[in-house]
Design a protein around this ligand. Structure first.
Ligand SMILES: [Fe+2]
Length: 539
C-alpha cells in the first residue's frame, strides 16, 4: 500500500531540508510538533501518534499525538502490531478499520517504539520511514543529552552536599544532613540511617520522615532485614518490591508507622589506618547503612545506587573524622578540667569552683545564642579563668581575714599571670581574653587594666557574672554563702553598673529553667546568709 516512487526529487529535497531544520532543535516538544506536522502534511494524514516504551517491559504508551486521542483499547491494538522494523499500512478493526501507516522508530529494534499515521490520503512509506528513523535517532540523542544533564546536575548536587556535610564536626548534625540530602538527591519518599551497635544489632538512628530526637527506636537484630544483609555483606541492594523479598523486616515498618515498597540500601564503610604491630595497614569497617525508600515515579537505577554509595562513603569518612576530633577534644577538655581542678584544690573552699563557673558561663552563652565555636572557647576560658593563681602562695589564697595591700596586689595579678601562662599554647589563644578580663568591671572599677563597658570582651563579661554568682553562693573562710534570692538580687543590682545586664538576665533565665545549680543546690541544702564584710563581696 502506498509508495514514494512518483515523488519529484525537488519535493523530496524540500521535505528533507525541512526535516533537517526541525531536527536542529534541542527541545523535545518542538522536535515532535515539527516532525508530526511534516509527516502529516507529507502523507496528507489526519493524525500522528508516537508510541514509546515505558517503565514496564513490553508495555508502550502514547508519548505524543496530534489530531487524535486513542482509547486504551486502540493503544493496545496498535502496540500489538509493532512487531517488525519495516514500515507498513494496515486496517485496524479495533479502531473502526481505520487505515494506519505504522513506521518503527529504530532499525532492528521494534521495541524502541513507532509512529502511527492515521488515514493518509497519499502514504509515502519509504521517505516517511526515513523521516521517522531520523526522529528516532534525534529522540535518542535528546534522551542522552537529558540523561547527561541530569547526571551532571546530580553530581554537582552531590559535591555541594558533601561540602555541606563536611562543614561541621557535630555528629548529630552530620547524620541529620546525610538523610535529608539522600532524600533530595534520589527523589524518594523518605530515607533512614542505621548504625551498628556494639552487640551487632542495627539501630535506626534517624528517619527523614520522623520527628527529631531518638524517640523512634527501631532495632533490627543482627543479620536480619535488608539492612542487616547490607551491613553483613558490605554490598549495595536494590529491591523493587519488598513484598517479594523474604529479607524485608516488616516489623520495622510497623514500628516506624511507614509502608516500604522499594528500597535502595548501601553500607556506611569507613577506612581506618592500623596502628600498633599492624601499623600502616588500612582496615575497612562497616558502621551502619543508609536506606533510600520508595522512589517517587520510577524504579531505583544503578546510577541511584552509585550516587547513594558515593554519599555514604563520604559521610562515613566524615563521621570517622568527627569521631576522632570529638575524642581528641574530649581528651583536651579533660586535661584542662584536671588542671582547673588542681588550682581549685589549693583552697578547700574553692573546690569545684572553676567547673561550676564553666557550666554557668556555657549556659549564659547558650541563653545569649552564641555559636558552637564561641561556646567552646567560653568553656575553655571559664575553666581556666583562675589559672594565674597557680603560682600564688596558699597562705594568701586561704587567708580568712583582710588582705594586706601587698597581698591584695599579688592576688590582682592572677588574670595577667593566667594570660601569660596560656599565651604559650596556640590552641588556647582564642580563650585568653576571658582569662585576662574576668575581673574587669563595666564601670572601670575592675582589674588588672580598669577597662570600661564594651572594652571588656563578651567572654570576659560572661565569665565575670558566672564567677561572681558562684563566689557569692558558695561558702568562703571569711563569709558564708548568700541565699539564692539575695544572690540573684545582688547580681541584678550590679547589672549595668559593674556587670553586663544581658549576661545577668541570661544567668537568671538559665537558673529558672533548671539548667544551672549553685554549689548549695547541688548539695541539697541552703544555709542562712550571714554575710561577713571582712573581704570585698565581689572577688
Ligand atoms: Fe579570678
Amino acid at each position: 500500500m502506498g509508495s514514494t516512487d512518483a515523488l519529484p526529487s525537488q519535493d523530496l529535497l524540500v521535505v528533507l531540508q525541512k526535516a533537517n531544520q526541525i531536527a536542529s532543535t534541542t527541545d523535545r516538544d518542538t522536535l515532535l510538533r515539527g516532525m508530526a506536522s511534516l509527516l502529516m502534511d507529507f502523507n496528507q494524514a489526519a493524525a500522528f501518534v508516537l508510541l514509546e516504551p515505558r517503565a514496564k517491559p513490553g508495555e508502550m504508551l502514547v508519548s505524543y499525538s496530534q489530531g487524535v486521542e486513542l482509547p486504551p483499547q486502540g493503544v493496545q491494538a496498535l502496540c500489538a502490531e509493532i512487531t517488525a522494523d519495516s514500515p507498513r499500512c494496515l486496517h485496524l478493526p479495533g479502531l473502526g478499520a481505520r487505515l494506519v501507516c505504522l513506521l518503527p522508530l529504530a532499525q532492528n529494534n521494534p521495541q524502541r517504539g513507532a509512529v502511527a499515521l492515521f488515514d493518509a490520503a497519499q502514504p509515502q512509506l519509504v521517505v516517511s520511514d526515513l523521516l521517522v528513523k531520523r526522529l528516532g535517532s534525534e529522540l535518542e540523542k535528546l534522551d542522552l543529552i537529558a540523561s547527561v544533564k541530569q547526571q551532571t546536575a546530580r553530581m554537582e548536587a552531590l559535591v555541594n552536599i558533601i561540602e555541606q556535610i563536611s562543614s561541621t564536626l557535630d555528629r548529630d548534625t552530620i547524620l541529620r544532613r546525610i538523610i535529608s540530602y539522600a532524600n533530595d538527591l534520589l527523589n524518594t519518599e523518605f530515607s533512614s540511617l542505621f548504625l551498628v551497635e556494639k552487640n551487632g544489632d542495627i539501630q535506626l538512628y534517624l528517619g527523614s520522615n520522623m520527628p527529631e530526637g531518638k524517640d523512634n527506636k527501631i532495632t533490627v537484630p543482627s543479620g536480619q532485614g535488608i539492612i542487616g544483609h547490607v551491613v553483613k555483606s558490605g554490598q549495595t541492594v536494590i529491591v523493587d518490591d519488598v513484598s517479594l523479598d523474604h529479607r524485608h523486616y516488616a516489623q520495622a515498618d510497623h514500628m516506624g508507622g511507614v509502608t516500604t515498597r522499594s528500597i535502595l540500601a548501601v553500607p556506611l564503610k569507613t577506612r581506618a589506618l592500623d596502628l600498633g604491630s599492624k601499623r600502616g595497614g588500612v582496615r575497612e569497617r562497616i558502621i551502619g547503612g543508609l536506606e533510600a525508600i520508595n522512589k517517587i515515579g520510577s524504579k531505583f537505577t544503578q546510577e541511584d545506587a552509585r550516587l547513594l554509595q558515593a554519599l555514604a562513603n563520604q559521610a562515613a569518612t566524615i563521621l570517622e573524622i568527627a569521631g576522632i576530633y570529638n575524642e581528641a577534644n574530649e581528651l583536651f577538655l579533660n586535661a584542662i578540667s584536671a588542671l582547673a581542678a588542681a588550682i581549685d584544690a589549693k583552697d578547700p573552699y574553692t573546690v569545684g569552683h572553676s567547673q561550676r563557673v564553666s557550666e554557668f558561663a556555657v549556659e549564659i552563652g547558650r541563653e545569649m545564642s552564641l555559636n558552637a565555636e564561641e561556646i567552646h572557647q567560653l568553656r575553655i576560658g571559664s575553666l581556666l579563668h583562675d589559672i594565674g593563681k597557680i603560682g600564688m602562695p596558699d597562705a594568701i589564697l586561704t587567708k580568712p581575714g583582710l588582705l594586706t595591700l601587698q597581698e591584695d596586689a599579688q592576688i590582682r595579678r592572677h588574670p595577667e599571670m593566667g594570660m601569660r601562662i596560656l599565651g604559650h599554647i596556640p590552641k588556647l589563644r582564642p580563650a585568653l581574653r576571658a582569662v585576662w578580663e574576668h575581673h574587669e568591671r563595666l564601670d572601670g572599677s575592675g582589674y588588672p587594666r580598669g577597662l570600661k563597658g564594651e572594652q571588656v570582651c563578651l567572654a570576659g563579661r560572661i565569665v565575670a557574672v558566672a564567677d561572681v554568682f558562684d563566689a557569692i553562693t558558695s561558702d568562703r573562710p571569711y563569709r558564708t554563702a548568700m541565699k539564692l534570692k539575695d544572690a540573684l538580687a545582688e547580681l541584678r543590682q550590679q547589672a549595668d553598673v559593674r556587670l553586663d545586664a544581658r549576661c545577668v538576665e541570661a544567668l537568671v533565665r538559665a537558673h529558672a529553667n533548671g539548667r544551672i545549680q549553685t554549689q548549695k543546690e547541688r548539695r541539697g541544702r541552703v544555709s542562712a546568709s550571714t554575710l561577713m564584710p571582712s573581704r570585698p563581696l565581689f572577688p
